[in-house]
Design a protein around this ligand. Structure first.
Ligand SMILES: Cc1ncc(COP(=O)(O)O)c(C=O)c1O
Length: 434
C-alpha cells in the first residue's frame, strides 16, 4: 500500500509515513493492528468513542438505516430521525435548552453557534453585538470562526491575516501553582474577572455577542477550570446580556459523569456545541443545543420565510441520526454516564500515580479526562511527549500527545483493569524515557 497520496490531518506526515501506525479493526476498548496486536484505546480515539468500539446496537442501526433511507435533505424536507434525535438530546440537555441544530462536525457546530449568537442579537434589535470573546489555549475546531475564537497558537499562526478581527481572548486558566491538583484547581476563579475589568469596558457590552469556552480545555492540554471560574463567567455574561457558549464537543456525553459539563458544574449556558460522543464516533455528527430564549426571536421574526440562513447538506443525515439514537440507547441502557461517574475516583488515582516519575511536572484530571505533563526537552518542545506516545503505542496503549502532555480519555465502558493497563504502561514508559 502506498502512503504518499493521503495527506493526513494534524499529522507529521513525514514522520508517520517513515514509521506508520496502522489499525485494522476495533472492538470495545481495543484496536487490533494489521499484525494482530491489541492496543488499548486510552483516548476514546480522539475523545469520541464513549460507548466503545463497534458496539452491535450502533453498528446494526447504521446498517439498517443505510438499507432503508440512505439520505434525505433537511432543507425544507423532513424525515423522522433528526426530529427523534433532537427530542432525545433535548431531554438530556439542561432545562430550558430544547432546540437542536445539526451539523456534521464540531468545527461546524462552533461556527454555527457563533452565527446563531449574532443573528439572535440582531433579531432583538441589538445588531451591534458582533464581537466574540474566546480564551487562550481553548480549541474550537478549524473553521475560520472556531480558529479565530480558539487560542491554540500553533493552529493560528499560519493564518494570522485570515482570522476574524472581531475577537478578543481571555487568559487561559493554567498555572504552575495548581500543579498536581486533583479535580478542579483551587486557585484561578479570579481570571474570569478579566472579562469584567478589561474586555467589557474596552469594547462595551453592547458590541459583544458571545463568550465561548470549552469547560475543560482538552486539545489545548487538558486544562481543568478552577473552582468558581465558570460560575463567574456566567454571572458576568448574564449581567451584560452576553451569550455564553459552552463548547462541549469533548465534555459532552458523559465524559464528566453527567450528560454535559453544564450539569456537572450546575451552570446554564445559552448554547452548547456537541459532536464526537453523540455517535460514539461511528458516523460524523455535530450540533448546537440552543436555549429556548435564544431560539424564540427567530420564530417571532416578522414576515415569515427562512428564519436562519444557515445549514449543511448533511445536517440531520439519516445514518448519523440513526447512529446517534442508538448511541444514546447504549448510554442509557448500560448506564455509562453513571459508570463514568463511578470510575472517576479510580481514574484520578491512576493519573496521579504518575507523580514522581522522571520528568513529570503535572498530573491533572476531571471526570474521565486527564493528562500527565512532562518537562519539555531543551530546544525541542513536544519531543518528549511524542516519544512517550510512540513508546506507549509499541507497548499496546494509545494515549495522545498534546505538546509534552500525554492525554487520557478512555471510553466510558472502561473497567478498572483497563485503567490499570493504561497507567501501568504509561508508568513503565516514563521510567525509560530520557
Ligand atoms: C472543544 C472542541 N471543539 C471543536 C472541535 C472540533 O471538532 P471537529 O474536529 O469534529 O470539527 C473539537 C475537536 O477536538 C473540540 O475538542
Amino acid at each position: 500500500m502506498k502512503l504518499d497520496n493521503y495527506w493526513m490531518p494534524f499529522t507529521d506526515n513525514r514522520r508517520f509515513k517513515a514509521r506508520p501506525r496502522l489499525v485494522a479493526s476495533a472492538k470495545d476498548m481495543y484496536y487490533v493492528t494489521p499484525e494482530g496486536k491489541q492496543v488499548l484505546d486510552g483516548l476514546a480515539t480522539l475523545w469520541c468513542v464513549n460507548a466503545g468500539h463497534c458496539r452491535p446496537r450502533i453498528v446494526e442501526a447504521i446498517r439498517a438505516q443505510a438499507g432503508s433511507l440512505d439520505f434525505a435533505s433537511s432543507f425544507s424536507l423532513g424525515h423522522p430521525l433528526p426530529f427523534r434525535l433532537a427530542e432525545r438530546i433535548a431531554a438530556l440537555a439542561p432545562r430550558g435548552m430544547g432546540r437542536v441544530f445539526f451539523t456534521t462536525s464540531g468545527s461546524e457546530a462552533v461556527d454555527t453557534a457563533l452565527k446563531i449568537a449574532v443573528a439572535h442579537h440582531r433579531l432583538r434589535g441589538e445588531g451591534t453585538r458582533t464581537r466574540f470573546i474566546g480564551r487562550e489555549r481553548s480549541y474550537h475546531g478549524v473553521n475560520i470562526g472556531g480558529m479565530s475564537v480558539g487560542g491554540v497558537s500553533s493552529n493560528r499562526k499560519a493564518y494570522a491575516g485570515t482570522l476574524l478581527t472581531n475577537v478578543d481572548h481571555m487568559r487561559h486558566t493554567h498555572s504552575e501553582g495548581n500543579a498536581f491538583s486533583k479535580g478542579q484547581p483551587a486557585q484561578g476563579a479570579d481570571l474570569a474577572e478579566e472579562l469584567e475589568s478589561r474586555i467589557v469596558p474596552l469594547h462595551d457590552a453592547s458590541n459583544i455577542a458571545a463568550v465561548i469556552v470549552d469547560p475543560v480545555a482538552a486539545s489545548g492540554g487538558v486544562l481543568v477550570p478552577p473552582r468558581g471560574y465558570l460560575e463567574r463567567l456566567r454571572e458576568i455574561c448574564t449581567r451584560h446580556g452576553i451569550l455564553l457558549i459552552f463548547d462541549e464537543v469533548i465534555t459532552g456525553w458523559g465524559r464528566l459523569g453527567a450528560p454535559f459539563a453544564a450539569q456537572r458544574f450546575g451552570i446554564a449556558p445559552d448554547l452548547i456545541t456537541f459532536a464526537k460522543g453523540i455517535t460514539s464516533g461511528a458516523v460524523p455528527l455535530g450540533g448546537v443545543i440552543v436555549s429556548d430564549a435564544v431560539y424564540e426571536p427567530f420564530m417571532a421574526a416578522q414576515g415569515g420565510g427562512i428564519e436562519f440562513f444557515h445549514g449543511y447538506t448533511y445536517s440531520g443525515h439519516p445514518l448519523a441520526c440513526a447512529a446517534g439514537i442508538a448511541t444514546l440507547d447504549v448510554y442509557e441502557e448500560e448506564k455509562l454516564f453513571e459508570n463514568s461517574r463511578n470510575l472517576a475516583g479510580y481514574f484520578e488515582q491512576g493519573v496521579h500515580s504518575l507523580k514522581g516519575l522522571p520528568n513529570v511536572i503535572d498530573c491533572r484530571n476531571l471526570g474521565l479526562i486527564g493528562a500527565v505533563e512532562l518537562a519539555p526537552r531543551r530546544g525541542s518542545p513536544g519531543e518528549r511527549g511524542y516519544e512517550a506516545f510512540e513508546k506507549c503505542w509499541d507497548k499496546g496503549v494509545y494515549a495522545r500527545p498534546v505538546g509534552d502532555a500525554l492525554a487520557f480519555c478512555p471510553p466510558l465502558i472502561a473497567e478498572k483493569k483497563h485503567l490499570d493497563q493504561l497507567f501501568g504502561t504509561v508508568a513503565d514508559v516514563l521510567r525509560t524515557l530520557t
